[in-house]
Design a binder for this molecule. Structure first.
Ligand code: LLP
Length: 472
């Protein structure tokens, strides 16, 4: 379940930030530690990071992210070894840069992209086309052509209209497109309505119930420009429930059997999407480990496969959040602090230099996060606090309710863990905010992955402001 369903207001003692040794919940990336009071990640102190790169700042623990990618690869290989093997596509929508694409390739993962920007980033990082998939429910001709020209591992087709478009473009480009059909399994799961994707009344996929998926398979098989590679299901995101995944796997396996029976074709690959949960606060349930998800998927695939008597398919998955989220923290600098009286007691509002422009998740999904004082040792005394951003909305909340160190003042650094997925990737320029930098830390060194936006960047798209000289 999404942590948004946690009782509110949350008892302060349960909501205290866990310490970076993981002793109270393991929310911090593996190399996060406290040295002489200061938080360090990848052997680099947060004060150095803040003074070198400024704040707000996304700090990715490279070793941690690579380990999570490896954990998924090993888990899938182990669980599917008795079947026909498995492939892991990292879902770039969680966070993508050329550096991250390179790490994922080096760890033996493929890349799942869903836009021109993501596809171009993967290609710019040197990832080979046959290691990239392309998603999207409304792909442009430009996206499809680029996919065709780079011989992508697959294009995941979302509708009959799109299938016709891919066929036309494949014919024009004189290529054969590798097609994966995304089907709506009818399994309703996911942390929040906006991130549930497999019930009937939503925009994604080819409906099974109406026979659309079978019709699409028939059309792919009838075209010399299309090659039916696989069937795909993605039921939603932040899903803790193994049953939802196994149910969806079963539905796709049954469709594969029906295609074999009715169309005489054995689909070689089944892609079971992403959606594996992470823990954002100590109140959240501990999600299954990759090996537990992988074993559950393998047993569903195996039992449905046995019934059909067909050779086992190759299985793909597309984890994003579970690789990216826990590897990253966001560093903010504290600005204005004010005490706001409540019916009982008061709440300390701590405003930081970012907010909903670098993490929209609290505003969009009522997602909860936690926080700690990062540049020095937190005091034992705590104050009921809310961390807010600097945007012109009262919903601009970073951490809703937290018992935070009493010894806090302007200029202090705060660290919010588990911000690596759908933070930087959903960042906006709201209130003309410049989007933060993203740095990687590893082995005592830091490296810029994405530079901070400047006011010049912001003005550069405003054609009427051309030539304006900043007088700073
Ligand atoms: N595959 C497909 C087809 C997807 O649509 C997604 C996510 C994934 C894989 C990766 O899912 P993950 O393993 O990261 O859960 N902005 C929302 C999440 C939206 C997810 C969209 N699709 C959030 O911040 O919670």
């Amino acid at each position: 379940m999404e942590n948004s369903h946690a009782p509110h207001p949350t008892p302060l003692e349960n909501f205290a930030a866990p310490e970076p040794d993981g002793s109270r919940g393991g929310l911090w990336s593996t190399t996060t530690a406290r040295h002489g009071g200061e938080l360090t990640v990848g052997g680099v102190g947060v004060r150095t990071l803040a003074s070198t790169y400024g704040t707000p700042l996304f700090v990715i623990d490279e070793e941690d992210m690579r380990r999570r990618a490896q954990a998924w690869k090993q888990a899938m290989e182990e669980a599917f070894a008795p079947l026909s093997g498995a492939q892991v596509y990292y879902a770039g929508k969680a966070f993508l840069s050329a550096g991250v694409a390179t790490w994922m390739s080096e760890e033996g993962l493929c890349l799942d992209t869903c836009s021109l920007g993501e596809l171009v980033t993967a290609l710019a990082a040197g990832v080979e086309g046959n290691k990239i998939g392309l998603h999207g429910n409304n792909k442009s001709c430009e996206e499809i052509r680029l996919a065709l020209r780079n011989d992508l591992a697959h294009i995941v087709v979302d509708s009959l209209a799109e299938l016709a478009l891919v066929e036309t473009l494949a014919k024009e480009e004189q290529r054969q497109a590798n097609i994966v059909l995304r089907v709506t399994t009818g399994v309703h799961a996911g942390g929040h309505e906006y991130i549930s994707t497999a019930h009937e009344d939503q925009k994604f996929g080819l409906s099974l119930a109406s026979g659309m998926a079978m019709r699409a398979a028939e059309e792919v098989l009838a075209s010399p420009h299309l090659h039916l590679v696989g069937l795909h299901s993605h039921i939603g995101s932040q899903i803790l429930n193994l049953d939802a995944f196994t149910q969806a796997a079963g539905v796709v396996m049954d469709l594969r059997a029906q295609i074999a029976t009715h169309l005489g074709y054995v689909v070689e690959e089944v892609d079971l999407g992403g959606g594996y949960a992470v823990r954002y606060t100590v109140l959240d349930d501990i999600p299954p480990a990759p090996i537990e998800y992988a074993r559950a998927l393998a047993s569903a695939v195996q039992s449905h496969g046995k019934v059909s008597g067909l050779p086992a398919p190759r299985i793909s998955i597309e984890p994003g959040r579970s690789i990216a989220a826990p590897s990253t923290l966001t560093l903010y600098t504290v600005g204005t602090i004010k005490a706001v009286p409540l019916e009982e007691g008061s709440r300390r509002y701590v405003a930081v230099d970012g907010g909903m422009s670098d993490n929209i998740r609290p505003a969009l999904y009522q997602a909860d996060y936690t926080v700690t004082l990062a540049n020095r040792e937190p005091s034992h005394d705590v104050v009921r606090s809310r961390i807010v951003g600097k945007h012109c909305e009262s919903g601009d909340i970073v951490v809703r309710d937290v018992a935070l160190s009493a010894n806090l003042g302007p200029g202090d650094l705060l660290a919010v863990p588990v911000t690596g997925a759908y933070g930087a990737s959903m960042a906006s320029n709201y209130n003309m905010a410049a989007r933060p930098a993203v740095v990687a830390v590893n082995g005592g060194k830091s490296r810029l992955l994405i530079r901070r936006e400047s006011v010049e960047d912001l003005l550069s798209r405003d054609v009427d402001a051309e030539g304006y000289e900043l007088n700073s």
